[in-house]
Design a binder for this molecule. Structure first.
Ligand code: SF4
Length: 542
């Protein structure tokens, strides 16, 4: 049985903030399954924030985005458990993202943004409660002091937009503690102090939140490397390690029902619906008739995911490799691994196509062609490759900007949008998603090309120009047609992404058991070995 207690028991529930400061891990129990699922839900929120920020959304748009993401991902069927889900998922992700400098940086930045936008959504009373929980050493200025600086405060308030009036509380803080207000000239300063209005305190608390979390992540990392990782190597460690590279979108391990591809169409498909990473591998294979192991795995599993049957895959690889190594050597040395990928050899595992995270974090060496071109190509090579896809001008500049700021998946999304003249709000998280968005309609569960042919026969004749556009890329149809609406709808992210892409190897074992887990004060206690330190037990058949 799951036993969970709320972390906060406020006297006045109406005022109680829904936002936690995550100061210490709470003493509660969680099933192993929830340990992972809650973390995945929170990761989706953080990933959405990351995408929104890198797409340059304005603060008001971000506020809306965060509240939508939170509603969609962090709801619990039992509303009283929502705060527990929030807290548990945060502490699980601390473990996941404490492990390297890059992971810490990303997590710190996304969690602070999430905190900032959630704080803004709280009522003023809740905000005041949160401030007092932070124990910030600032007091609201007295009425007498307010009268002496009132005119200046009004001047600043008028120039910054949101009004502050006589009822507004102001806090006097050392100016270096609100750098973003100072940099944006949004605060009145006098003798080294900034007068921060109640509607601006989010800057103050977000700075404090970030600083606390930053220290906590360093401590968690020390504990993770010194004790937790080894103690939990058979239970939590595989989950924690899989979560930072896990893919959060649909499962592409099996081709879609209608998405089988024929060998004769493969060149055409490569030029119209493969993402750059796969197009590059495909071209290199055609050119050199060989790919090293990393390339064979990346392209081979992708092709399997888009619907290339095993017999066709064997024929395809053989036709290329035999030109270089001969048919006999291909049969002896290479065909086994292709059958292995399709679950026909060895452990008979049905392998999953690689997601962007995995491809981007791979480290190709000289002679390798796998990896993500946005991450692994030089700028010159990337420009040339994008030029071949017909991307130029402003779109090319935008893509290169994203690459320079290391937003590789956003760059890939912008490429999709430039090439197919359609928006992709869900962002590209998986090479097979790129293919699927062009070729396959998730909503009507049918192939765009077949559907297009069917609909064209039923539609009234349209202008030749519009018809040729439709047959060229099947996406940018006139907005007035019902079909256009349908295609655009199909570009929305799937409503219920499944989780099969995450840690598939560990899943079966985990399904057989779950555990309840005792929290103690501090992050380390969160995942100490249950039986040894927290009285937690593995319980089969939970
Ligand atoms: Fe491939 Fe993903 Fe890189 Fe796009 S972002 S090129 S789909 S790995």
């Amino acid at each position: 049985m799951e036993i969970v207690r709320s972390q906060r028991k406020p006297a006045d529930a109406a005022v109680a903030p829904a936002l936690s400061l995550y100061r210490s891990a709470p003493a509660l129990e969680v099933r192993l399954e929830d340990f992972e699922l809650y973390a995945i839900d929170r990761l989706r929120v953080l990933q959405g924030i990351s995408d929104g920020l890198s797409r340059g959304k304005k603060p008001e748009e971000m506020e809306k985005l965060v509240s939508e993401l939170w509603r969609a991902q962090m709801r619990h069927q039992d509303p009283s458990e929502e705060m527990n889900k929030d807290i548990i998922s945060h502490f699980v992700l601390r473990l996941v993202y404490c492990r390297t400098e890059d992971l810490r940086k990303w997590f710190l930045s996304m969690e602070t943004s999430l905190f900032r936008y959630r704080f803004r959504l709280e009522s003023p009373e809740s905000q005041r409660l949160l401030m007092s929980e932070f124990q910030l050493p600032y007091k609201a200025i007295s009425h007498a002091e307010f009268e002496t600086v009132k005119d200046k405060l009004n001047q600043v308030a008028r120039s910054t937009g949101p009004s502050s009036n006589a009822e507004t509380l102001f806090f006097k803080v050392p100016f270096e503690e609100v750098p973003e207000l100072v940099a944006g000239r949004r605060v009145f300063m006098l003798k080294g102090f900034a007068y921060v209005a109640m509607n601006q305190v989010v800057s103050l608390v977000a700075t404090q939140f970030r600083s606390n979390l930053s220290k906590a992540l360093v401590l968690t990392n020390r504990k993770w490397t010194s004790t937790i990782r080894d103690k939990e190597k058979n239970r939590l460690t595989p989950i924690v390690e899989a979560l930072s590279t896990g893919y959060l979108g649909p499962d592409y391990s099996q081709p879609k029902e209608f998405s089988e591809i024929a060998l004769k169409d493969i060149d055409q498909l490569a030029s119209t619906s493969f993402p750059l990473c796969m197009r590059h591998l495909f071209d290199k294979l055609r050119e050199t008739h060989h790919l090293k192991h990393g390339g064979r795995m990346q392209l081979g599993l992708f092709l399997k995911g888009v619907g290339l049957k095993l017999e066709d895959a064997l024929a395809f690889w053989k036709s290329e490799f035999s030109q270089k190594v001969g048919a006999e050597r291909f049969d002896k040395e290479y065909s086994y691994s292709i059958r292995h990928n399709y679950g026909k050899e060895g452990k008979r595992t049905d392998y999953t196509p690689y997601a962007c995270h995995k491809i981007i974090s791979s480290t190709p060496s000289v002679g390798d062609h796998h990896g993500c071109p946005y991450r692994h190509f030089s700028e010159e090579n990337l420009k040339a490759a994008l030029g071949k896809m017909g991307v130029g001008g402003r779109s090319l500049d935008d893509i290169l900007d994203k690459v320079r700021s290391r937003h590789y998946q956003v760059a890939c999304t912008l490429t999709f949008e430039a090439v197919h003249a359609a928006s992709c709000d869900s962002g590209i998280n998986h090479p097979n998603q790129f293919h699927s968005l062009v070729e396959f309609d998730e909503v009507k569960r049918s192939c765009r090309k077949r559907l297009d042919g069917h609909n064209r026969r039923r539609r009234k004749p349209r202008s030749a120009a519009a018809a040729s556009t439709a047959s060229a890329c099947l996406l940018p149809l006139p907005p007035a047609s019902g079909f256009s609406m349908y295609l655009l709808t199909s570009l929305s992210p799937p409503a219920q992404p499944n989780l099969a892409g995450i840690a598939r190897a560990e899943k079966d074992a985990r399904e057989q058991r779950s555990f309840s887990h005792g929290y103690e004060e501090g992050e380390a206690a969160f995942c100490r070995t249950a039986t040894e330190q927290c009285g937690v037990v593995d319980r089969p058949g939970f």
